[in-house]
Design a protein around this ligand. Structure first.
Ligand SMILES: NC(=O)c1ccc[n+]([C@@H]2O[C@H](COP(=O)([O-])OP(=O)(O)OC[C@H]3O[C@@H](n4cnc5c(N)ncnc54)[C@H](O)[C@@H]3O)[C@@H](O)[C@H]2O)c1
Length: 246
């Protein structure tokens, strides 16, 4: 049976990084709840496939090929999305570069952190009312666990600081929360998951498996939903207990 979190059918959700992994799973889970879906990504082809699948679930879908680290692209995509779907009650700020990328530190922060701040600011004027919510995909990395690339840990911790700021100062407008996925079986992690070190990590996860994208999507939808109406400013690890074994 489909999950019921108290959503109103016909409300809209915007998901960035929706063509793959966690974002794609959130888009499909949201559609199953009766929400209209706006899906943004860099990759056009998998977005088209997603849009077809979402429409088959009986809701509206709108896709934008947009780089969330480019302000102009964000503003244009937001305007086109609102023209297509009207006000957007929920935002899943999810797109981010893979932790394995050897990025320059400040560039890593720009495309991981500033991008989510730009999408949030672009979205704020287009919420229907204060019963709106934003969740962003942070990570256990930087918050519970250190990772090898410095920009990734720093970015994911900075995003939780940003959420705490929003929760403290902008909650008259919307609620804000952060998700902390542990190792999640999405395309970017498949090779690592099969490696020796990946297997060692797996042994330390008390639930003895990695997260599925759907595990993270369900947590995202709960935090965005009316069922989480009094949850504001939290960092929610969704890691099978990995963090408590460190
Ligand atoms: N997979 C994990 O183990 C894991 C763990 C913790 C956090 N996360 C976070 O989850 C989020 C989603 O990752 P995933 O594992 O689903 O990865 P994924 O690679 O399966 O999907 C990410 C999607 O985001 C898109 N994207 C990347 N940069 C973009 C940009 N600048 N503009 C628009 N779209 C962009 C990609 O094209 C891709 O479709 C990321 O923020 C990642 O840091 C993932």
């Amino acid at each position: 049976m489909a999950l019921q979190f108290g959503f109103t059918a016909g409300d809209s959700i915007l998901i960035t990084g929706a063509a793959s992994g966690i974002g794609r799973a959130t888009a499909l889970a949201a559609a199953r709840q009766g929400l209209n879906v706006a899906a943004w990504d860099l990759q056009a082809e998998p977005l088209d496939t997603l849009v077809e699948e979402v429409r088959e679930l009986g809701v509206l879908a709108h896709a934008e090929v947009a780089d969330v680290s480019e302000q102009e692209a964000v503003l244009e995509a937001m305007a086109a999305t609102v023209r297509a779907l009207g006000p957007i009650r929920m935002l899943h700020n999810n797109a981010g570069p893979p932790s394995s990328l050897p990025l320059d530190f400040s560039e890593g922060l720009r495309i991981s952190v500033t991008s989510m701040q730009m999408v949030t600011e672009a979205w704020i004027p287009h919420r229907p009312d204060a019963e709106s919510a934003m969740v962003l995909t942070s990570s256990v990395a930087g918050n519970l666990i250190g990772t090898d690339n410095s920009w990734y840990s720093a970015s994911k911790a900075a995003l939780v600081g940003y959420v705490r700021h929003l929760a403290a100062y902008r909650s008259a407008e919307f609620r804000s929360n952060a998700l902390g996925p542990g190792m999640t079986l999405t395309p970017r992690i498949a090779t690592f998951a099969d490696s020796e070190i990946g297997q060692q990590v797996l042994e330390r996860i008390p639930l003895r498996r990695m997260a599925s994208p759907e595990d993270i999507a369900n947590a995202a939808l709960f935090l965005l939903s009316p069922s989480a109406a009094y949850i504001n400013g939290v960092f929610l690890p969704v890691d099978g207990g990995w963090g408590v074994t460190q």
